[in-house]
Design a protein around this ligand. Sequence first.
Ligand SMILES: Nc1ncnc2c1ncn2[C@@H]1O[C@H](COP(=O)(O)OP(=O)(O)OP(=O)(O)O)[C@@H](O)[C@H]1O
Ligand SMILES: Cc1cn([C@H]2C[C@H](O)[C@@H](COP(=O)(O)O)O2)c(=O)[nH]c1=O
Length: 220
Amino acid sequence: MKKPYVISFSGIDGSGKTTQMNNLYEYLSNKGFKVKTTKVQFSALEVIYEYCDRYFGDPCAYHELPPFIVRIGLAYDVTHHYLKIMKEVSEYDFLLCDRHKIDFIAYGMGYGCTKEEMEWVEKILSLVEEPNLIFYFDTELSLSQERILTRKEKEHRIDENIDILTKVRNMFEKIITNKENIQRINANNSKNEVFNEIKERFNSLFTIANNVDKIHFKEY
Ligand SMILES: Nc1ncnc2c1ncn2[C@@H]1O[C@H](COP(=O)(O)OP(=O)(O)OP(=O)(O)O)[C@@H](O)[C@H]1O
Ligand SMILES: Cc1cn([C@H]2C[C@H](O)[C@@H](COP(=O)(O)O)O2)c(=O)[nH]c1=O
């Protein structure tokens, strides 16, 4: 079965993932490629919010729960989502993902799961294939925080705070050093500058033909 080329947009909250995923979607679609975007629906988080609201009076009080309870739920959500979508996208050239396995590992470690607990999270996630390419959005913490506080697209959440952002960012830095499919993007720049960097990286990895049947994947 033909598979699309899978690209993940990964990084901490407010780093600009969704904005740039949508830009690449437009760019590739305009070139005639068949492109799909996807984002995991966090059913586990929805249940956790409800639980925390009822029992602690605050939907985001999940620091009151053992981290593993939350993280293993997310691992099932992510695995279920990607196993299902990969069966549905054989006719697409590109699948662009707003977060992938790496994000949930970085958040799991950042939220304080133990090494043994993370082994279980990773065992569940291992059912999903690695993306072909990960754009890691590297932003300064203060800038990400500013974007979260000023964004209009969705409300700021109490768990999107500098303490968590710092821990998760440190975990990303740890994980990405061992990965070969990572392209680090300087996401501190303006939206246009960031997208230019993505296009440059992308085009250096691919020779883009206007004909969909002629995608040439370069070695990287
Ligand atoms: N390079 C940029 N410069 C300034 N503002 C930006 C930039 N990139 C994104 N933004 C703005 O920052 C906010 C967050 O961007 P976006 O939703 O793309 O980030 P994200 O990483 O997907 O965030 P989250 O993980 O919280 O969903 C949005 O209001 C967006 O318009
Ligand atoms: C990946 C991941 C995310 N979260 C939190 C972080 C954000 O506040 C929300 C929404 O995430 P989005 O992808 O930026 O829309 O969820 C989390 O708690 N655990 C995770 O693994």
